[in-house]
Each structure stands twice: as C-alpha cells, then as structure tokens.
Design a protein around this ligand. Structure first.
Ligand code: SF4
Length: 428
C-alpha cells in the first residue's frame, strides 16, 4: 500500500509518524494533507535505511542536492564524497543525475549510503543505453524506457523525474511562439529528439497508466518534470511552459486516483516579478501538489555566482509556497560541480529555504534567528558560531582577524556599537 492509499484509508503509517514528529505537527494533519495530495513522503519500500521526509503544505521547505558523474568525470569516490558533504550540511534529498558509464553501480551505492530520499531521472540511462546500442536516442524503445524506470524503482529510488508533459502539442506551441533557448532540460531534449524522429507521442504521456503501475508497486513518488522549462528570462512563462503545466495538472489527478504520490517540477529561469505568479499557477493548475523548483534563477548574467541568483529566486519562491528547492551551485552552466561547489550550493539553498520559511510563517522557523540575535547582543562568539548554518566558515572568518578588543570583532573594534550601548539598555 502506498502512503497515499494508506492516507485514503485513514491509516497513519510509520513514515507519517516520523514526519509529524520532525515537523512538530499532528499526525492527523500529515495524513489529511497526504490524502489531499498536498504533502508527499517519497519512501520506496526497497530503500531500507531511509529516514523519511515530508514535502508540502505547512512543512518546512526542503532542499535537494544533485549528484552524478558524467563521461568527462566518472569517479565513484568523488560522488560519494559529495553525498557525504551534502548529508553533513543537511540536505533533505539527493538526486543521482549520472550520465557516465556504470550507472547501475553508482545508483545502488548512493541508495545504500543515503538516509535521505534519493531521486533519479531514468530516461538519462535509457537514452544512454539506446545510444550505446544503436548510436541514437531516437532508437530508444518504449520497452527499454519502461524497463529502465522499473529497474530504478526496484533498486529503491524514492522519486523519479518523468517528463510526461512534453507532448507533441506543447512542442508545437514552443515552435510557433519562438524561444531563444528552446529546450534546456536534458530529459526534455531527449524526448523531443525521440518524438520528432519517430513522429510519435511521448511514451511517458501515452502510457502514463503503465508508469503509474510501476510507481505504485514500489511507492515511488512521481516528480512530473518540467521538460519545457524556460532556459532564460526572456522565455519565461510562455505558452509551451504553461501548456506543459496544464498537462501535468491533468496527470496529477490521474495519479492520485491510482494511489500514486506526485510532485510538480518548476522553472528554471524566471524574472523576479514573475515568481509569485508561477507558484500560484502551479498550485492552482496542479491542485495544490507540492512544487519542486529548480532555482529559480533570477538573472542570466552571473555564471560563477548562480548559487546566489538561484537563492534569491528560491527564497521568493519558498515564501510564496514552493515546497522543495533544488540547489544550484556556482558551477551551474559551466561544469560539473566539485566538492566545494556542492557545499556552497547547498548552504545558499538552505539560506533560501529558511528565509522562505520565515516568510511562510512556519511555526518556530524564526526561533534560531532570535537565538542568534541574543548571542550577537551578548557578543557570545561561541554561540554565534554554533548557531551558524556553516559553523566552520564562521569560525574561520572570525579567527582570521581578531580585534584587540576581545569582546568585539575587527569590523569596528573599540567602536563596537553593540558593546557601547549594551550596558545602557540593560540598565533600563
Ligand atoms: S565590532 Fe561592529 S560588527 Fe563586530 S560585533 Fe561589534 S558592532 Fe558588530
């Protein structure tokens, strides 16, 4: 029985209890929101060491770290080190986006070592297998695609990205309206190539019922992918993107009727003033299903700093109701991230999620900020470092240039404003 089927029967599962406890919520609240489709708990029955997480309405905003090799760098130790860093700094989920050679082996290792939910994009592997065998993605059979999906689910993957909304109709809309960056989703581009070559509908859309059977068997959450997300600000919120979203909304209801949990993936590159509208559109068209945004990146001109452009967008998105933020690293648009990029990207995304939670008025979200403010007022440096999202970096900065006045920091030294007025205010 899936989490959704259990919720429909009024059964509170162990996973629901864990989420309720972590989020300080009533178990009945979690059950009712899962039943409505507004909260998901991605928890594959085969992911044995999973510590489940809830994603959705009323819960803290979750963050995801992408891992994965490519043909240019295939190093399992390097990927597992990234996983270690992601877990150390508090990621809520990881996705294995590998496109290298030994995909099965790395995926199994990541699942085995990850206590947080693991996601994949099975079409990457199916496309690679097709290219290996036939030299061309267009030759990928529907059978190969669905067998690959089932293999990922059987291994214990908790959520899979499936670009079911990339249809012949939506591609036509993009073509007619015109875009600068056309299609920037890797999975989306594979499907476009396949559909144009075969002159056939997207098999993930056409055989959605078969996809649901596999997802239901292992209780895998479908992350309905935004294969037609805008790749630049100028392409944002166009007909292709919104047509895809409408399709995803329709598929969401079919999935729910079949007991399968669903999240919706969202853009991408969006101007800052269109973020709120995009969140509201998703919540309305997809009936409150959790929204998983990739960024959003709010300007296209900052390669090397895209963890910052995405954190700005992510904070605003979370504030307005996005439930799950995919991290973006400083290496975005440039290369495969290294270990330091993973850390920087994750911390930036956690800042965005936390800022969004304060805006969402999640109970208790601001508590740590209040403790930090008190520690600052008290010039309690040990406490300030302890409360930091990245204590090591805070400590390193503090110690790299100490003030002659030990209480203060070297920013203002003897003119420390906090120290100067502290005694005056505390005597009132
Ligand atoms: S020295 Fe300046 S920056 Fe440092 S704690 Fe005091 S007021 Fe703040």
């Amino acid at each position: 029985m899936t989490q959704l089927e259990a919720a429909k029967k009024g059964i509170i599962t162990e996973q629901m209890k864990k989420v309720a406890n972590d989020e300080n919520k009533d178990e009945k609240y979690i059950l009712s929101k899962i039943k409505e489709g507004k909260i998901v708990i991605p928890a594959n029955i085969n992911h044995k060491n999973l510590s489940p997480k809830g994603i959705g309405e009323g819960l803290t905003t979750k963050v995801n770290v992408n891992l994965g090799s490519s043909k240019d760098k295939e190093d399992f130790e390097f990927e597992l080190k990234k996983l270690e860093i992601a877990l150390k700094y508090g990621t809520d989920a990881v996705m294995d986006l590998s496109t290298g050679e030994n995909l099965d082996e790395l995926r199994k290792l990541i699942i085995e070592k990850s206590p947080v939910p693991v996601g994949t994009v099975p079409i990457y592997e199916a496309a690679i297998l097709a290219v290996r065998k036939y030299g061309f993605i267009g030759k990928m059979s529907k059978q190969l695609l669905f067998e690959t999906i089932e293999a990922h689910c059987e291994d214990g993957v908790d959520f899979i990205t499936v670009h079911c909304g990339v249809t012949l109709n939506s591609i036509e809309r993009i073509k007619k309206e015109g875009r600068i960056t056309n299609v920037v989703s890797r999975g989306g581009s594979f499907l476009v190539e396949w559909m144009i070559y075969n002159n056939k509908e997207n098999p993930l859309y056409e055989y959605f019922d078969e996809l649901l059977k596999i997802a239901k068997k292992y209780d895998v959450t479908l992350s309905l992918g935004d294969g037609l997300r805008p790749g630049c600000l100028k392409d944002a919120t166009d007909r292709g993107q919104i047509y895809e979203l409408i399709t995803l909304g329709e598929l969401t209801q079919i999935a729910w009727d079949n007991g399968v949990q669903v999240m919706i993936e969202g853009p991408g590159h969006i101007p800052i003033d269109e973020i709120e509208m995009n969140i509201k559109l998703e919540k309305s068209l997809c009936h409150g299903a959790p929204f998983y945004v990739l960024g959003p990146v709010v300007t296209d001109i900052a390669p090397g700093y895209d963890h910052i452009t995405a954190a700005i967008g992510g904070a605003i998105a979370a504030w307005h109701g996005a439930d799950f933020l995919c991290y973006v690293t400083p290496a975005e648009h440039l290369r495969l991230p290294d270990i330091e990029d993973v850390k920087e990207g994750l911390i930036a995304t956690k800042i965005a999620a936390h800022a969004g939670d304060i805006g969402k008025k999640i109970p208790g979200a601001i508590d740590k900020d209040i403790l930090m403010a008190i520690a600052r007022r008290n010039l309690d440096w040990k406490k300030q470092i302890e409360l930091s999202l990245d204590p090591e970096k805070a400590k390193k900065y503090r110690e790299s240039l100490l003030s002659k006045d030990e209480d203060a920091c070297s920013m203002c030294g003897e003119f420390c404003a906090i120290k100067k007025v502290r005694d005056y205010f505390s005597s009132k």
